[in-house]
Design a protein. Sequence first.
Length: 572
Amino acid sequence: MQERLEAAKEKAVRFEKLRQRLDRFTVADVSSALKLYESIVEDISRTSAYSYMRYSADTADQKAKAAIDTAEDLRAEVDNRVLFFRLWWAGLEDSETTDLIPASTDYRYVLGLWRKLKPYTLEEKVEQAVNLKYVTGFSGWTHHYDKMVSDFSFTLKVRGRMLKDAAGKPKWMVVDEVARLFASPDPATREAAYKTLLGRYAESGDVLGEVYRTIVRDWRNENVKMRGYATAISPRNLENDVPDAAVETLLKACRANSQVFQDFFRLKARMLGMKRMSRYHIYSPLAKKEKRVAYPDAVRTVFDAFGEFDAGFARMTKRVFDQDHVDASPRKGKRNGAYCMSVTPEIVPYLFLNYAGATRDVYTIAHESGHAVHSQLAAGHSILTFQPPLVLAETASVFGEMILFDKFMREEKDAGLKRAVLLEKISSMYATIGRQAYFVVFENQAHKAVSEGSTVSDLCNVYSSVLKEQFGDVVKVPEEFRWEWTYIPHIYHTPFYCYAYAFGNLLSLALYDAYLKEGRSFVPKYLRVLSYGGSESPGKILDQVGIDITSAGFWQSGFDVIRRMVDELQKL
């Protein structure tokens, strides 16, 4: 790691010397500069990925945390040394760039994005200060949040009895282990899990809430006040290379279709013998006993499902596991959740999981493996463009889940079990479409509220009103859910990220629907979409399969698929 750090610094010093001859640059010079820039980005990516994965594996590891800080300091230092080049390019007149644009499509796209940032770019010294401030400001606060919640540990009482471990002692659990009980077959366990987890977040709510308020103020001060973006969400949209209007259309469609999920919860309540659904029980399974899947069996199932879709899809997934690039077991101190780490185009991605044997954990393997396939399909691109933008980042992952779901539905002959699989899948779609869209609805309102001086308690009220709109009178929402927003790491780490889940899921539903209609002839078109990575705008990439992301009708078509699934569930 130290060698990479030193290499990145040395290359950045060399890059900085290019400043002296920018006025004499030719197209060959621009290409050469971008090649050197790629090499610097690779060094930084490797050091950052290593330190972050090490910290994820054990958040109590102080050396790992120090390594993250060192990597972030390096990123800020290097960014400041090479910043002049982006500012120079953004500041040129259109006529001056004509003879300087390289033939490489990857380079053309990157340079085009830099041009789009021109209206929001600050003077070089200010940009450098922002880079340095990020390390101890925004990033520092998100690490503080991670450290706090990673240290949370829980015991759980159900019907007055403490859950015990194999030795007969009170069972201590981390956040993810408690969250898995939200889908327990036992209603009392589900309720106890929510009360215990959200109660702990509420205990630290004032601190967690102030961390969030600080992050929001930092975001607004930089992006709205200093850079001049129209709204707080606009910088995320530009980073994703999608127009504000397209995201507004998506969110409007999600809010307009809240009735689809409300109807599902009304149906689910009847199937569970409830008069009215409670928020405690929206993820409840139909089966009385949760099915457990051994980890090797889960991995094999994903391989088989992907292989039925496309041999290459399965081969790229298997490569990740064959190279032992997977950390699957949950443990105290390990970061919550799951992710796929794509470091460089040449390195096979890494999967970070917390596998506990539930069916949804099998879906998580398929989800994160989809990300890994996406990265490998785009590996022919520059390190600057192989990563898809957030709005396309979930395309392969959710599609991977759909492949697995389709296998489950085709192979299950028992109508009752098939009904359970379909119910679980619609529940998952709510979690990744409706719920995620409403997180962004909350963020839009919360960012505005914080700018007007709202307190943590006010933000809880904002969140409660968003829950009311989302569930209407169909789902009863207990009081402790007013603190649920403090449990959502994305709104801390990556403001306005969550609409990418709704985008990706609805897009994947449309793509998978096309696959079912077209059959094998669809596969090459789909793989071509993934192979772009982030080398073109989402609009242009999806244009190739006839999708217009600014069309309300397109987003509605995704909800129409969900409506058909709800109708099918009612018939089973």
